[in-house]
Design a protein around this ligand. Structure first.
Ligand code: PMP
Length: 448
């Protein structure tokens, strides 16, 4: 009876959590890139609890560090100083460029983004924020206020002072071109750009200037972007977009915030942070998810100057950066390095993207393959010419079929039209090949 209820509402009636599948999966156990359900069926997990379990489920090294800390000290209050928070803060900021050297720990990505808004307002004395249409920044009232897409939130007013600019989506956006984005694979759209000069970029910058001129004249506090959109479906921007927008925002007195909740910690392969792929240094970086491999934790890292404006008052949270979370996060950083997970993300990401692009060329309903490292999107369309999003029934059929063949992937995009692949960064080439054959079969089953 309960199962029927779940199917009807697409929601677990007891916990009110959204369930993805028509036939829900009851997960019982995990090890590295593998999950087992209550019946002992094994799944290759290519979604990693939404790009979170980056070093693998119950990674033995991290589990050992957690066990050690569990026997020493779980929690105290940040009123005291304890070695775990000092050591981890130092380790974390050593991975960020100057002047990003002060960290504040939170419990989630939403909380980190809320805090970033507050810090930006305190520092600039301004109120408004600009975000990209299609972005995702969290589920708290402030974070939902940063987002315009009602697929990700209830369509009720949630926050004042946020403006959206057009999402510079090279595939689905109004303008785009084949050489505009930083990915091993390019779009199949015709390109109207000349080498070295991106027409799409010019148009999106023009649009942002219009937002400034017409809606936020000189009152901007913050400009929020994900270096590669996550929930939005691995959307990538023209190569120079962030560089030029950062300059514009700073001229207007605002600060630039990189939401690295999904793209941080080596996920994009070639760089540890997504922003590094855009040749910019933000004024503030927010992070969560992969930071502690599934233990609730988040952080805001910013400059000493911005931190000084924030330190004039009091801000408190109970759990942020507690000894257990810090010990686990510290072990996650060591594991990424020792086990060359970022390198693996780069190598297998390029392999998967290259092979998926072959499927894109084979099937009319695969419109675009994009991303970097293990932050991959496969956008599904009715046909390549119209780029109309593939209807949800079709998406669900392929999604369900993939799961029934033993692989878990994600779904997202502005219209729910993009499959998302963001596995633990320990997957192997054999896992990638298994997924490719399963996905090929699922698309074939649908098209036949
Ligand atoms: N920012 C981005 C880019 C995210 O993907 C998410 C979560 N999907 C968040 C913020 C919010 O993080 P959390 O769910 O930990 O609050």
């Amino acid at each position: 009876e309960r199962l029927l209820d779940i199917r009807k509402h697409n929601c677990n009636p007891m916990t009110m959590k959204v369930t993805y599948y028509k036939k829900p999966v009851f997960i019982n156990q995990g090890h590295m890139q593998w999950l087992w359900d209550v019946d002992g069926r094994r799944y290759l997990d290519l979604f990693a609890g939404v790009a979170t379990v980056s070093v693998g489920h119950c990674n033995p090294k991290v589990t050992e560090a957690a066990e050690k800390q569990l026997r020493r000290l779980w929690h105290t209050t940040p009123i005291y100083v304890y070695p775990q928070i000092q050591e981890y803060a130092e380790k974390l900021v050593s991975l960020l460029p100057d002047p990003l050297k002060v960290v504040y720990f939170t419990n989630s990505g939403s909380e980190a983004n809320d805090l970033a808004v507050l810090m930006a307002r305190l520092h600039t004395g301004n109120f408004d924020a600009i975000t990209l249409r299609g972005s995702y920044h969290g589920g708290s009232p402030q974070a939902t206020g940063l987002m315009s897409n009602t697929h990700y939130k209830y369509p009720v007013p949630s926050s004042l002072g946020c403006h959206n600019t057009m999402c510079p989506d090279v595939f689905r956006g109004l303008w785009g071109g084949s050489h505009c984005r930083d990915s091993p694979v390019q779009t199949i759209r015709e390109c109207s750009c000349s080498p070295g000069h991106c027409y799409a970029n010019d148009m999106y910058i023009k649009e942002l200037k219009e937002v400034f001129d017409t809606t936020v004249p000189s009152r901007i506090a913050a400009f929020f972007t994900e270096p590669i959109q996550g929930v939005g479906g691995a959307v990538q921007y023209p190569k120079n977009y962030l560089k030029e927008t950062y300059q514009l925002v700073r001229e207007k007195g605002g600060i630039c915030i990189a939401d690295e909740v999904q793209t941080g910690f080596g996920r994009t392969g070639s760089h540890f942070w997504g922003f590094e792929g855009h040749n910019v240094i933000p004024d503030m970086v927010t992070m969560a998810k992969g930071i502690a491999n599934g233990i609730p934790m988040g952080a805001v890292v910013t400059t000493a100057e911005i931190a000084r404006s924030f330190a004039k008052g009091v801000h408190f949270n109970t759990f942020g950066g507690n000894p257990l979370a810090c010990a686990i996060a510290s072990s996650v950083l060591d594991t990424i390095k020792e086990d060359k997970m970022q390198e693996n993300s780069a190598e297998l990401g390029t392999y998967l993207l290259t092979e998926l692009a072959k499927l894109r060329d084979k099937y009319e309903i695969i419109g675009d393959v994009r991303g970097k490292g293990l932050q991959i999107g496969v956008e599904m369309v009715k046909d390549k010419a119209s780029r109309t999003p593939l209807p949800q029934e079709a998406m669900n059929e392929i999604f369900e079929d993939t799961k029934d063949m033993g692989v878990l992937i994600g779904k997202g995009g502005l219209y729910g039209q993009t499959f998302r692949i963001k596995p633990p960064m320990c997957i192997t080439k054999a896992d990638a090949d298994f997924f490719l054959s399963v996905f090929n079969q699922a698309v074939l089953n649908y098209t036949e």
